[in-house]
Design a protein around this ligand. Sequence first.
Ligand code: CNA
Length: 424
Amino acid sequence: MRYQVRIRQFLDRIMSDMSGSKTLKASSSSSPWGSTQSGAPTLKSVARILQDDYPNPIKNIVIMAGAGISTASGIPDFRSPKTGLYANLKKYNLPYPEAIFDIDYFREKPQPFYTLSKEMWPSHFKPTLTHSFFKLLDDKKKLLRVFTQNIDTLERLAGLSEDRIVEAHGSFAQSRCIRCKKEVEQDWIRDKVMAGEVAYCPHSSCQKVQFKSSNKNACLVKPDIVFFGEGLPDKFFQSLNDLKKADLLIVVGTSLQVHPFASLVNHVAPNCPRILLNLERVGEIASYGQTGSGMRGLMNENGFDFEGWTLPSDKGKEHIRDVFWEGKCDEGVIQLAKELGWEEELRNLHKETCKQLNVNNDTKAENNDETLKEAEKEADKVANDLTDQIAKLNVSKKEEDQSEIKSTSQNPSESKGKTGPSSL
Ligand code: CNA
C-alpha cells in the first residue's frame, strides 16, 4: 500500500508539472477543498469554493450529466427500478431492453424505437431546475462544459449555447438517413414520429434503392442518437481536454454504467474536487480485497473515493476529494444555491425559461392559427366564387328552360341529352 501511495504522489507531481491549472498547482499537502477545509467535504465545501470571494474562485466547472436530471420533467431514465424505461419496455416485446437502442435490432425492427421516440420527443418537455442551474453557472462565468448523455436537448432549451454542451450520445436535434447520411427536415421527421410512422429516406437517391431493394430498411431515417454499436460523435473526443482544465467536476443524475462516458470521471486532474448528486451512490472505486499475503489491497483505483480509502495514512479526511450528495438533483442544486445565496436567482431563471418556452409554443400555435385562418379565408373565397357562378348559371338555365319550354312545345326530341347548369 505504501508503494501505491508513493506511485500516486509521484503521478500527482508529474501531472502538476504538466498542467497549468490552479488546481494542480496547489500544494499536494493542501486539501482539494482549500486550506480551511476540516473533516470530510460536504455540499458546504462545494459552495465555499464557488464563492466569488474565494481565494482561487472556480471558473472551469465541468458537468457530467445523465438521464436523472430530466426525470423531473417527465422523461423516465433507463435504470431506475419501476419507473425507468428498462422496467417498462414489456409493451415493445423486445428480446432484451437495450435492443430498443441497438443499431442492428433497429435495422431489422425500427417500430419499437419510433414508438418510444413519440413518447420522448423533446418538444413535449421543459428543462428542470438542474438544467437551469447549469445555465446559472454559465451566466456567472463558472462553467466550462456540460458533457451530457441525454438526448432530450433540454440543456439547449435551458439556454446553454451549443458550444457549451457535448451531447455525448447525440440528440433528437437532427435526423438523417442511415444509408445516404443526408439530413432530413426536422418538421418532416417530427410529423412522421407523431403519426406513429416509421420514416424512410425522402431523398431521391434512396427512393430508387427503396424501390429496387427488397430491404426497405436500408434507408431508414434515425435521429442522431448514438445507439449501442455506434461510435460517439467527434466532438466528444475533441472535448476531452476540457476535463484536464476542470477545477470542479459535478456528476449528476447518472448510473455511470455506460462507457466510455463513465470513465470521464477519471480524466480530471488528481486533485480536482468532484461531487456526485444522485439518488444512489455510483461509480466508486472497487473496495479493498484481501491479497495473498494477508494485506488489504485496492482492486481498482478508478472512480470515486467518498471514504478516503486511497488516502495516504498521513492525510486526514479533509483530503478526501469526492463528495456524495444523496437525493433528487433538483433538491441538491437548490441546497447548493441556498448556500451560495443564489436560490431566488435560480428559481426566477427557471420560471422565466419555462415561461419563455410556453410563449414560443404559443407563438407556434398562433402561427398555426394564422395558417388556418388563411386557409379558411381561401376556402370562403372559393365557396363564394362557386356560389356566384352557380347563381349565374341558374339564371341562364332558367332563361334556357323558359325558351326550351317554348321550343319543346314545338319539337320535343331536341331536349333529349341536353346538358344544363344543374349537371355541373
Ligand atoms: P440511467 O442508467 O437510467 O441512470 C440514471 C441515474 O440517475 C440513476 O442512478 C438514478 O438513480 C439517478 N436518478 C434518477 N432520477 C434522479 C433524480 N431526480 N435526481 C438524482 N438522480 C436521479 O441513465 P444514464 O444517463 O446513467 O445512462 C445513460 C443512457 C441513458 C444514455 O445513453 C442516454 O441516452 C439514456 N437516456 C437518456 C434520457 C434522456 O435524454 N432524458 C432518458 C433515458 C435514457
